[in-house]
Design a protein around this ligand. Structure first.
Ligand code: COA
Length: 179
């Protein structure tokens, strides 16, 4: 049970149910739009930005999804991906709080719930993979204790006429990487 009280009401984190689909599609859409804005690339959100939520619901590694409500109004949600196999690595995917209700501790409580659920399910590690330009999510996760770097996800842009305006500047192991 959660007792955080924000200026918008009392926070309750509960398990996702089927009737949440419309609100979750809308939140997923907001997340996708956030990524499209970060990269200045409308193709990221596409024609139906909430559709990714339908795909997400069908993932075989989806262990659970939790909704954050303020006085009964859904304002965010988070999910845990986990297949208990060799390594026991769980992943937080996604986590989103609608913009109006950020910076009141809702995201923190969602992540704390996922941490507890991952532990109960036998995960040994819990990861999260924000896109490299998502500096606010990066600050959020480091603050919450995700301070160990796992994999480095390196890639090349193979598109013939990339209109992505990559930024320069992150130094890792002495190498400067675009992001
Ligand atoms: C990331 C996100 C879920 C955080 O949710 P939130 O409810 O605003 O987070 P909280 O209020 O619980 O923040 C907890 C702490 O994280 C840090 N933090 C949160 N947002 C931050 C930001 N934009 N910049 C710097 N630090 C931040 C702060 O230390 C904060 O504590 P404080 O407000 O007392 O200083 C929310 O910003 C969001 O939905 N972003 C868009 C979607 C997204 O990027 N999701 C992650 C994809 S991997």
């Amino acid at each position: 049970m959660n007792h955080l009280v924000t200026k918008h009401g009392k926070l309750h984190i509960r398990v996702y149910k089927k009737s949440d689909i419309a609100v979750c599609r809308s939140l997923w859409s907001e997340l996708t739009q956030h990524h499209a804005n970060l990269y200045g690339d409308k193709s990221i959100s596409g024609d139906d930005p909430g559709r990714g939520f339908d795909v997400y619901l069908e993932r075989p590694d989806r262990k659970g999804t939790w909704i954050a409500e303020l006085d009964g109004k859904p304002v965010g949600f988070a999910g845990l991906l986990l297949l208990i196999d060799e390594e026991g690595v769980g992943e937080i995917e996604p986590v989103i709080v609608t913009s109006e209700y950020r910076r009141q501790g809702v995201g923190r409580e969602l992540v704390k719930r996922i941490m507890r659920e991952a532990g109960k399910a036998g995960a040994r590690f819990l990861s999260v993979r924000p896109v490299a330009r998502n500096t606010s999510a990066f600050a959020f996760f480091v603050k919450l204790g995700f301070a160990t770097l796992g994999h480095l996800d390196l890639f090349q842009d193979l598109s013939a006429s990339s209109d992505r305006d990559w930024k320069a500047g992150i130094l890792i192991h002495g190498k400067r990487l675009r992001y």
